[in-house]
Design a protein around this ligand. Structure first.
Ligand code: NAD
Ligand code: MG
Length: 391
């Protein structure tokens, strides 16, 4: 019996994880579930799964939840201390890191530092603090398993024990990340300035949270994933190629120097990578429909156009600059996406704002958490100021 903490249980990844856990009550028990504000959703989850702990980051929401579930065995905690406690608790075997954004870094690191099996969805934490994060994984013997679908695909196509090891010795030629291209892949470039948040969040292949949906539309998501792949698999950015693949059936590929290319395929459903990482090295039922290649009929691959998707070039640039640049990229993007979702900024302004924040920020080291959080905070401040000046 494995005991699981889900950081971000009310989100899209959290939901998918809970569905898999519910299919295998003999294998998995929910130790803790966490959320930000949504106490009503959490109440329903507590009634269904009766976790030992429920954590609400927002203290008012914690109070309400405590009242609502007074008769249940679940204890309600709040704030970052609550998150850290349930990520690191001795009783926990697996931590699913599915909070969105930079706020996910500290609780995810707490799980890493306690040597847990960590299922990483929160790519932002690896983007902003990759070097330190991977060091801590090694130091504390944590077992890091990616559930981002592309990285889980790559993980499945690589030899065993490849995370953080030197792949050049294993005959690796390159990694190919696939990208759907998002909802605007066929839209006239001129029309991008007028798209709405609703249109941006209507992804053609995947059903996801709001922030990652906008990131998919700008393809900053693929930029963040490029950086994520570089840290996870210890490769450089030009070892990673990005291809547009509109069907989202091939989740990524690994090319070897003997000419072999190994791909992982499946329906676009996050329950597959989550089930893979939960049970690894075993395989379990995930509830995902079997892939029907005859029905799909064809698989297309085209180049990713950096004029349409300027965020791709920004992410490569941040990786090349190194140090705090990736934390700056990530923070500026989070602010830009927030403003776009609130209709205070046009879609096409997202990449402009990130460019400007990066240009105005001096590169510096990102060796410790203080430097990383300083860079993150300064980039957020600058991004907010720049938005005000433009308004
Ligand atoms: P979501 O918006 O659906 O859910 C986010 C979760 O984080 C919620 O439970 C929310 O309560 C919690 N949260 C948000 N802000 C918080 C805060 N300030 N403090 C504490 N908790 C907070 O997001 P999602 O789509 O599930 O994505 C989660 C993460 O997984 C992201 O990093 C995303 O990039 C990554 N990811 C998601 C998918 C997907 O299919 N949804 C695929 C790959 C990677
Ligand atoms: Mg992905």
């Amino acid at each position: 019996m494995k005991r699981i903490t889900i950081l971000g249980a009310t989100g899209s990844i959290g939901q998918s994880t809970l569905e898999i856990a519910a299919l295998h009550p003999e294998r998995y028990r929910l130790f803790a579930l966490t959320a930000n504000y949504s106490h009503e959703k959490m109440e329903a989850l507590c009634r269904r799964f009766e976790p030992r702990f429920a954590v609400m980051s927002n203290p008012d929401s914690a109070l309400r939840l405590r009242q609502a579930i007074a008769g249940l065995p679940t204890e309600v905690l709040s704030g970052e201390e609550g998150l850290m406690q349930v990520a690191a608790a001795d009783e926990v075997d697996v931590v699913v890191a599915a909070i969105v954004g930079a706020v996910g870094l500290m609780p995810t690191l707490a799980a890493v530092r306690s040597g847990k099996r960590v299922l990483l969805a929160n790519k932002e934490s690896l983007v902003m603090a990759g070097s330190l994060f991977m060091e801590e994984v090694g130091r504390h013997g944590a077992q890091l398993l990616p559930i981002d679908s592309e990285h889980n695909a790559i993980f499945q196509c690589l030899p065993a024990d490849s995370i953080g090891s030197d792949l050049a010795d294993k005959g690796l030629r390159k990694i190919v990340l696939t990208a759907s291209g998002g909802p605007f892949r066929d839209l006239d470039i001129q029309a991008l300035a007028d798209v709405t948040p609703e249109q941006a969040c209507a992804h053609p292949n995947w059903d996801m949270g709001l922030k990652i949906s906008v990131d998919s539309a700008t393809m900053m998501n693929k930029g963040l994933e490029l950086i994520e792949a570089c840290w996870l698999f210890a490769v450089d950015h030009d070892d990673v190629e990005i291809l547009l693949h509109r069907q989202s059936i091939v989740h990524s590929l690994v090319s070897y120097n003997d000419g072999s290319v190994i791909a992982q395929m499946g329906n676009p459903d996050m329950r597959t990578p989550i089930a893979n990482a939960l049970a690894w090295p075993e395989r379990i039922e995930s509830g995902v429909e079997p892939l029907n290649l005859l029905q799909i009929g064809r698989l297309d691959f085209t180049p990713a156009d950096e004029t349409r998707y300027p965020c791709l070039a920004l992410a490569r640039q941040a990786w090349r600059q190194g140090g705090n640049s990736m934390a700056v990229l990530n923070a500026a993007n989070e602010i830009a996406v927030e403003h776009f979702l609130d209709r205070r900024m046009r879609f096409t302004e997202i990449s402009n704002l990130i460019t400007e924040v990066m240009e105005r920020t001096a590169s510096g080291p990102a060796d410790d958490l203080a430097a990383i959080f300083d860079a993150d905070a300064a980039a957020r401040r600058l991004a907010r100021e720049l938005v005000k000046v433009r308004a």
